[in-house]
Design a protein around this ligand. Sequence first.
Ligand code: HAM
Length: 436
Amino acid sequence: MKDFKAVRGVKDIVTYEEAAKWSAVIKKVESLFESYGYRKTFIPVIEHAELFSRSIGEETDIVSKEMYIFKDRKGRELALRPEGTAGVVRAMVENKMLQGNIREKVSYFGPMFRYERPQAGRYRQFYQLGCEVFGPASPMQDIEIVKMAVEAMSALNAQGCLTLKINSVGCDDCKKKYTQKVRKFLKEKAKDLCGDCNIRMDANTLRVFDCKESSCQELYRDIEPLSKNLCGKCDSYWKAYAEGVNKETRYITGLNPDFKIITDDYLVRGLDYYTGPVFEIESKSAGGAVIAGGRYDKLVKQLGGPDTPACGWAMGVERAASLYGYKGTNIPELYVIYLKGADERWLSETVVGGLRDNGVSVEEDKEDIPVGKKLKIADRKNVNWVIIMGEEEKKKGILVLKNLGDGSQIDINTGKCAEDGTGKMIREILEKIGKR
Ligand code: HAM
């Protein structure tokens, strides 16, 4: 029989440790979004391919080289989304959520697809947790989303050195003028540039700054950065942003002391829709940017909606999870072993029900198999706490609470006869397992 293997560049999250870490990352970041007033949205994974070529840009690597495109049975050209922003904007416009100069803050979570060369921290199917703000057009909003991104890294107790890189790509006018200037420079140096940069020069000029060739990088240092070529309006927006980001994020606690904020003159991002401040939070050990985003004031109108400024960011969940200093609990937190003669109904309704009501995740094992095997199953699941009850315990009016971590165990009085006996018992278990 054929052994099936996962498709190249995708990742299974099935081990206890990794799955627990992922669900904690998602929970933490989603509750951060919620605490800032973002509401969750759920958008499709498939879209018309043209949505992405129109928004991200025909000439970008994402659209020209990395998109999963296919025709459906009616011959429509569809794509697996390579990112979330274009789909969110399309959905907000199509559902008329942005009519009437409204303010909207939305978040999303889900898989994205890019046919990239797989390597550490880079996958062909990866997950993003993202947020988008529609309406406000002041640096205060851009600063707030960066602050939220840094707080997300702090909430994840991110290990390793993080660098927050900021820059401004300017409005369409600034970009156009700057692109002409850079192209002129590149044409003069064409013979010294690598093959890729010679192609990018006309098609996607500013992406030359991402070139990995050190000889190209050396040359580009002579080009005056875009941030020094901004129009008056973009320049004062950028200055207020840079100052605010420094002020608001520098002292967020819980980050590695090596956390740095730098202005990266050559941070241009790989998507065409940006129109102002952009940022990335980078970690070398995670394989690059963990969170990235910025302002994109023209996209809503470009996709047929009302003229609505917008900004946002997305976090790569694989990269965030790899940095997460995980100190969470495993699921289930408690494993209840029923042995022959246990007071089954009482155990299930009163004890298990009572613990679940108090937020403990409990798995019950009522199988007719030896206790040794049941304990082995609990151990393999990384469960820390086990409750055991059989005939003997029932007679003595106790439950055995066992800690699989250190092997210790204690008897808990079931308190069936005393007034508030069961309440006391539940409180005692909660206390012992550290849930009170
Ligand atoms: P992006 O920089 O293309 O931006 O991706 C955002 C994040 O997704 C990256 O920082 C990285 O963590 C993760 N990511 C991207 N590609 C891969 C990959 N192949 N494997 C693993 N992780 C990856 C966007 O997608 C924009 N939509 C962000 C945004 C939202 N801008 C405004 N709003």
